[in-house]
Design a protein around this ligand. Structure first.
Ligand code: FAD
Length: 375
């Protein structure tokens, strides 16, 4: 709706992408508490081709690497592997540079970017926000994209109690690098999630770990065990350590009055991989469509209907995760079971919707997996 004013809280990928995509049909101000976008860095940066193309042509300049398969390994089955092959290409992007690019785009298109300005509270009945220093500003619609801390979405009642995992990763310089990513399971690695190795370029990789509690000492120990001993990557030099929270709760309320929640602020992370950017891209596409409506009320109504498919998909993925954990006690035990069944290759139709589409297995392997899940 031309003339509508939108306030955006948070200059991470959710807030910036929303801003870039909605400018033109509305005017927008974006508030970011840090003086730089993209920092503190926390994300690995793996996205699908579908998400990359939604980010826009310029985003391709920030691609560091591309993959068509992952290898799953388990600490209790050192000589076995499970290959996951994707229908689409998975890209590794440089998140801080991508966010700088999006913030430039936002400003070029006429958006007002307020850096170093923290939003301290919101008023649901006035559709207003207050920033540090006391200034209050009213809008027609406010987007909350404040990330995993979710201070405002919790205070407003959009989100209830939330659960998290902590993700910690290291950018490592090394002598030899792997061809494609590895996902590492095992109780010594992570009780609740997994570890990962992602090649960045011919001299660098990211080694990461997510669990209820993680520490640099544990990351360092696992790095040596898995990179040096198991994957034979040598001469490791840690260049940078970074990480953050991964929300694991089911999606929160997506809208409240004239407020819309985007990204980690409303817990739309994929529960089996921890990836959040795909859901953000889907939410922003729903927002772009909805802002064509003629009143804020209709925008919100349209957004709820357009984003409901994503929320249903995420809820089904949460149910599957719960089912796997109830039956096998951990994700890691489930993967061990698959490895024991000697299913050594799984062709997944789609990286983003992995568990919603059927797995493209041959009949024998599909029956093996089904019988494990159902017995
Ligand atoms: C270790 C790790 C690895 C990950 N790897 C991947 C991956 O490979 N692929 C993937 O898809 N996802 C990944 N994710 C998830 C992904 O990073 C998040 O889903 C995504 O960054 C969420 O974006 P966002 O915009 O919602 O929040 P954020 O990126 O956290 O941005 C929120 C912004 O809001 C600002 N802010 C907060 N409060 C206020 C306030 N009151 N006023 C003003 N500004 C405020 C913050 O400073 C921040 O800049 C990973 C997460 C972690 C922790």
């Amino acid at each position: 709706m031309i003339g509508m004013r939108v306030g955006i809280i948070g200059g991470g990928i959710g807030g910036l992408l929303s801003g870039v995509k909605i400018l033109g049909s509305v005017d927008a101000d974006l508030y970011e508490e840090h003086v730089l976008v993209g920092y503190p860095k926390h994300c690995t940066g793996l996205i699908s081709d579908e998400v990359l193309s939604h980010l826009g042509c310029g985003a391709k300049n920030y691609v560091l690497n591309a993959f068509r398969e992952y290898t799953l390994i388990h600490s209790s089955r050192p000589n076995k592997e499970l290959e996951l092959k994707f229908r689409n290409t998975i890209y590794l992007v440089d998140r801080p540079s991508l966010e700088r690019y999006l913030s430039d785009e936002f400003q070029c298109r006429g958006g007002m970017l307020h850096l170093g300005l923290k939003v301290t509270s919101i008023d649901l009945s006035e559709t207003s926000l207050a920033v540090k220093g006391g200034l209050t500003k009213k809008y027609d619609v406010i987007i909350i994209a404040e990330g995993a801390r979710a201070t405002l979405t919790r205070a407003s009642g959009m989100c209830g109690g939330r659960t998290y995992l902590v993700g910690l990763q290291a950018l490592i310089r090394c002598r030899n690098v792997l061809e494609s990513p590895y996902v590492i399971f095992g109780n010594d690695v992570s009780k609740e999630f997994f570890g990962w190795v992602v090649p960045v370029n011919e001299r660098r990789l990211i080694f990461g770990l997510a669990d209820r509690y993680v520490s640099y000492v544990r990351l360092n120990h696992l790095m040596k065990t898995y990179l040096t001993r198991m994957l034979e990557v040598n001469d490791l030099v840690v260049e940078e350590v970074f990480g953050g929270l991964i929300p694991t709760s089911t999606p929160c309320k997506q809208t409240l009055k004239n407020f819309v929640g985007i990204g980690d602020a409303v817990s739309v992370v994929k529960p089996l991989s921890g990836g959040g950017i795909y859901s953000i891209s889907r939410q922003v596409r729903a927002l772009e469509e909805s802002l064509k409506a003629n009143t804020p009320d209709n925008v919100l109504k349209k957004y709820r209907s357009k984003s409901s498919g994503l929320i249903k998909t995420l809820n089904v993925q949460h149910m599957l995760r719960k089912y796997i954990i109830r039956k096998f006690h951990s994700l890691s035990n489930f993967i061990m079971k698959l490895i024991d069944l000697e299913v050594d290759e799984v062709h997944i139709l789609d990286y983003d919707r992995y568990l919603i589409n059927p797995l493209n297995l041959n009949i024998k392997d599909a029956l093996k997996i089904l019988s494990t899940l159902l017995i």
